[in-house]
Design a protein around this ligand. Structure first.
Ligand code: ZN
Length: 142
């Protein structure tokens, strides 16, 4: 079985993925590799599940609590006008949640962030900026 996010979890376990913000009991909070929306982060479950409904209780509630903690931290650091959280998994069938902070001046504020996805690669974060943003969110979670 090849799963891009299982591979990433393996890198995280070996401490070889520098976008790590926080290791929770059931998931990892990662800074997004692009920052088209400043503060964009992703939460990835440690174990491979296709749907949130596949996660047994009480782990499911644990993942939700970790999502909420993550969202609160991102909101505190970046003070967006609105948070967009979404979990799709049509491309990578391993539960992950996207956190898109949205700002009043961002393109098409009232429309889904995915409409800008062709521009994401143009906003790759530099290693210096990555380390700075990771530290900012991490500090709030400690
Ligand atoms: Zn997986």
């Amino acid at each position: 079985m090849t799963c891009l996010l299982c591979d990433r979890v393996e890198l995280l376990r070996r401490n070889e993925y520098p976008y790590l913000i926080k290791e929770f009991e059931h998931s990892y909070l990662l800074l997004g590799e692009h920052q088209f929306y400043r503060g964009y982060c992703v939460l990835v479950t440690k174990d491979h599940y296709r749907e949130m409904t596949d996660v047994p209780s009480p782990k499911r509630e644990g993942v939700f609590a970790e999502m909420m903690r993550s969202s609160e931290a991102i909101q505190r650091v970046f003070t967006p006008k609105k948070m967009n959280l979404c979990s799709l998994g049509n491309v990578v069938e391993h539960i992950h949640w996207h956190f898109f902070p949205r700002y009043g001046d961002d393109p098409d504020f009232k429309r889904p962030p995915w409409l800008q996805m062709d521009r994401f690669d143009g906003a790759k974060v530099t290693p210096e900026e990555r380390d700075r943003l990771v530290a900012m969110v991490k500090q709030v979670l400690e």
